[in-house]
Design a protein around this ligand. Structure first.
Ligand SMILES: *Cc1c(COP(=O)(O)O)cnc(C)c1O
Length: 420
């Protein structure tokens, strides 16, 4: 009876809804309220009014400590953090930056925004940057690589950093989706030359909007500071070693800084609960015939925002996803030609069409760009194949052990019934 799939009229494994896969956003409580009210009551919504004791400065201190980096700057988004990282490393027109074909479009957009050319590389069975394809895509113009710890998964940092070092390429970690994750004991975002985080609402911890840049290099940090504010370089000219460069309007609000500081205190707990829930499920479906688990380069450091596994082909993946939803486990496949998901490179329209921010000029203009990068919707077939076969289940820190067991039971039931 219980083996009869819900999609065929059987009893679903779950009738009660699972907790929605919001993370820090659903953990907000009186602490966040108090932090915001304190800033409002003291009438200091601008962080630089009381620099030393500002909530934002305390947040930066906490993140610097957490990542083991000397320097951290809060900004108003993850995209801003990436732009600051690129400017910090003096990357601009004429330069190539390698990005994975599976990441939010913001990663590639940041490269285009600073006038550099994004070069798209494959992901492998970890659904993060394939080190071999990264190395293959290096040219004489490559200045940096942006490994993206997608969906909580730590990238293959040993291989990526070794290749980068060999070729004199800088490493910017996009940690927007993996805050609190680790790789071989090191905090994600604190491994490469610069690390970037986002505090947008869908991320592990959030202030609604916000971002963070960390680095261990003083001169890079000075450029980052100047990149985030058009006048920063003039404030304390005696304290900076470099001459001012033009910057943007990327300052964070003290209100956001205050919220993010409280959320930072929740980060470890959120990731611990996610990890426990995820691996409770994983341990019940390891070796299940009909699926292959995503290869997570360091399971103990997995930020565990979701569970992903592969079906043998896209058609089976769709069938699994449909049946799992009927069993009461909301999930989806990752890539279909009909859905223009901006996390997958064929849908990065302005990159594929080489369109910059001015009608007179773009990063691909021969006035500065001497390379020969080309784009097409099928340029990374391995990436599309993996994503087309991926089933994605969003997780929540509010999952109970019984919830996790239900998810595992639904997966076993569906896969056992439908595997060919
Ligand atoms: C969310 C996200 C960003 C951008 O962050 P925003 O705060 O939305 O600007 C960049 N990269 C990845 C991988 C993301 O998921």
């Amino acid at each position: 009876m219980s083996d009869h799939l819900a999609i065929d009229g059987g009893t679903p494994v779950r009738s009660a809804p699972l907790p929605p896969s919001w993370l820090g956003a659903y953990e907000m409580g009186v602490e966040e309220e108090e932090a915001v009210l304190k800033v409002l009551r003291e009438k200091r919504v601008f962080r630089y009014i009381a620099k030393e004791e500002s909530e934002t400065a305390r947040l930066e201190k906490a993140v610097a400590e957490f990542t083991g980096r000397d320097y951290a700057l809060a900004v108003n988004s993850g995209t801003a953090a990436l732009i600051c990282a690129l400017v910090g490393l003096d990357i601009g027109p004429g330069d190539e930056v390698i990005v994975p074909g599976y990441t939010y479009i913001a990663t590639a957009a940041a490269v285009v925004t600073v006038g550099a050319v994004p070069v798209i590389a494959e992901v492998d069975n970890s659904l993060t940057l394939d080190p071999q394809d990264f190395e293959r895509k290096i040219t004489g113009l490559t200045r940096a690589v942006i490994p993206v710890h997608m969906r909580g998964t730590p990238c293959r940092m040993d291989e990526i950093c070794a290749i980068a070092k060999k070729h004199g390429i800088r490493v910017i970690e996009d940690t927007a989706q993996a805050n609190g994750g680790k790789y071989k004991g090191k905090t994600l975002g604190g491994i490469g030359d610069v690390g970037c985080y986002s505090y947008q609402m869908s991320k592990t911890i959030t202030a609604g909007e916000g971002g963070m840049v960390v680095t261990g290099d003083r001169l890079v940090f000075e450029r980052i500071l100047m990149a985030h504010d058009s006048a920063f370089g003039f404030w304390k000219p005696d304290e900076t070693a470099i001459r001012p460069i033009p910057g943007e309007g990327f300052r964070i609000s003290e209100v956001s800084g205050a919220i993010a500081l409280v959320q930072m205190g929740r980060l470890r707990g959120i990731v611990e609960r996610l990890h426990e829930a995820k691996y409770r499920i994983v341990n019940q479906i390891r070796g299940l015939a009909g699926i292959t688990l995503q290869d997570v380069p360091d399971e103990s450091g997995d930020a565990s925002v979701c569970l992903m596994f592969f079906a043998p082909d896209a058609e089976t993946a769709n069938a699994y996803a449909k049946a799992l939803n009927a069993e009461g486990v909301p999930c989806g496949t990752m890539f279909s030609k009909e859905i223009p998901d901006r996390h997958i490179y064929p849908n990065w329209t302005y990159v594929l069409e080489k369109r910059g921010r001015s009608s007179n000029w773009s990063p691909w203009h021969p006035s500065v760009y001497k390379g020969s990068v080309e784009y097409s919707k099928d340029m990374c077939p391995k990436t599309l194949d993996y994503l087309g076969r991926t089933i994605h289940i969003g997780l929540s820190p509010k999952l109970t052990a019984a919830d996790s067991d239900d998810i595992a039971r639904a997966i076993r039931k569906v896969v056992t019934a439908l595997a060919r």
